[in-house]
Design a binder for this molecule. Structure first.
Ligand SMILES: Nc1nc2c(ncn2[C@@H]2O[C@H](COP(=O)(O)OP(=O)(O)OP(=O)(O)O)[C@@H](O)[C@H]2O)c(=O)[nH]1
Ligand SMILES: [Mg+2]
Length: 206
């Protein structure tokens, strides 16, 4: 059982060098966090690990600029990625980030699942939809995490979620869209996500 009690920073890299993902003779499974800038990727890693500053977060978009790897309980690697859609960067930087993320997604052998985070306040943007489509081609399981649900009025939450899931399903053409609703502020979704991750790691091991 991965309890998320032991979490350590492994490496932050702007290039194609990724950390080793072999422990003894076993590959350590890896999950990455992808989503629009400021949607809450780094905060989610801190929430899961119960650490305030393991991953760097900020109220202004564009905080995470490298691929940042964390090792959990010696059994799992979580990778924090720079967000897409951050307007205040040059075209060149945005292109570089996109290439870095694409290279990571298409070459990282230990990557066995993608967590795609979407801000639950908004319907997926054109850019979100573009990413949903491009990730689909990788043939990896995807879990959608609808973040910041505390910012949506309780009476509107179910409606927001169903609208977002509808757009995801329309985009993928798949009638199934695995998802979890999350709030780091109100601690919603954490236990469910930990259980989900443990199940995925178990299934992957066999
Ligand atoms: N209310 C609320 N705020 C949140 C939640 N999760 C994250 N935030 C806030 O959202 C802002 C952005 O969080 P980050 O975790 O840095 O977002 P990110 O997706 O890593 O952003 P980039 O690194 O720029 O791609 C911070 O001010 C967080 O405190 C949440 O569940 N509820
Ligand atoms: Mg970040």
């Amino acid at each position: 059982m991965i309890s998320f009690k032991d979490a350590k920073f492994l490496m932050s890299t702007p290039n194609k060098d990724h950390p080793k993902s072999i422990l003894g003779d076993k590959q350590i499974p890896e999950i990455c966090f992808i989503g629009r800038s400021n949607c809450g990727k780094s905060s989610l890693i801190n929430s899961l690990t119960n650490r305030k500053k393991l991953a760097k977060t900020s109220s202004t978009p564009g905080k995470t600029q490298d691929l940042v790897f964390f090792q959990i309980d010696n059994k799992l690697i979580l990778t924090d990625l720079p967000g897409y859609g951050f307007a205040k960067r040059s075209k060149k930087t945005k292109k570089k980030w996109r290439e870095m993320i694409n290279h990571y997604l298409t070459t990282r052998e230990s990557l066995f699942c993608i967590f795609h985070l979407l801000d639950s306040r908004h319907l997926p943007s054109a850019l979100d939809i573009e990413f949903i489509q491009s990730i689909q081609g990788l043939n990896l399981p995807i879990l959608f995490i609808l973040t910041k649900i505390d910012k949506v009025k309780k009476s509107k939450r179910a409606h927001h979620v169903s609208q977002i899931i509808r757009v995801i399903k329309e985009t993928t053409g798949d009638n199934k869209a695995d998802h979890i609703i999350y709030s780091t502020k109100e601690n919603i979704g954490r236990q469910q996500l930990i259980q989900d991750i443990n199940q995925r790691v178990l299934d992957w091991d066999y």
